[in-house]
Design a protein around this ligand. Structure first.
Ligand code: G6P
Ligand code: MG
Length: 218
């Protein structure tokens, strides 16, 4: 039986995936890599350095920068991103999320966070949601990022639960792959063709209710 929910953050709880995209788009322009929707989707869920490497590969510039220059580009992206994050308020919580978190807590489900973002604690504070996620996987402690199962496996472990008793919630294909690899039930939020590997597909966060989930799992 399902006892816990392991949440992604960016693109599930709040629309920071557009902020990440905006910030990376500036870097892509700077290095001469062309930007398109497929690249934007591929960047969802993956770490800062993995994202930069993908952008450099897209621009055929993977051999043009020293490690120090790459570090500087990643830092520049994060500075761009933080400018957007610093303007966030609870109004940036996606529709239906506050009600869903309250519903889950009232019903006695355990919650944890499985975000690849080193900025996750700051984003949660800006949203006023830190109290819901006292249990969070530290992405700095991971050997492998999404799509590897490690982060969602750890998301269940910190709740003291078996993965089979957890539902993972994701907006990224790499994240759904991580959830399934960990042996959890996957809810994909967004384009069902991009997230075809999920067990349950919702087009947006307003559909996240226990009643809708139970209907889909029957
Ligand atoms: C999330 C986002 C990615 C981002 C990653 C690392 O997974 O979906 O777009 O690259 O976190 O975020 P950070 O804030 O540490 O650069
Ligand atoms: Mg995400």
């Amino acid at each position: 039986a399902i006892k816990g929910f392991v949440f992604d953050l960016d693109g599930v709880i709040t629309d920071t995936s557009t902020f990440h995209s905006q910030a990376w788009h500036q870097i892509a322009d700077k290095v001469g890599a062309s930007w398109n929707d497929q690249l934007a989707d591929a960047l969802k869920g993956i770490s800062r350095m993995d994202s930069l490497n993908l952008i450099l590969a897209q621009g055929h510039r993977e051999n043009d920068f020293t490690p120090a220059q790459k570090q500087a580009l990643a830092t520049e992206k994060n500075t761009n991103y933080l400018q957007l994050v610093n303007q966030m308020t609870p109004a940036n919580i996606l529709p239906g999320i506050t009600a869903f978190l309250a519903e889950l807590t009232t019903a006695g489900y355990a919650l944890s966070l499985a975000s690849a973002s080193k900025n996750a604690p700051l984003v949660l504070r800006k949203l006023g949601l830190s109290d819901y996620f006292t249990k969070a996987v530290d992405p700095a402690s991971l050997k492998h990022g999404k799509p590897d199962p490690e982060i969602f496996r750890r998301g269940a472990e910190i709740l003291g639960l078996n993965p089979a008793d957890c539902i993972g919630v994701e907006d990224a294909a790499a994240g759904v792959q991580s959830i399934k690899g960990a042996g959890e039930t996957a809810i994909g939020i967004g384009d069902p063709t991009v997230l075809a590997a999920a067990d349950i597909n919702f087009t947006d966060t307003t559909q996240l209710t226990l009643a809708n989930i139970k209907t889909q799992l029957d």
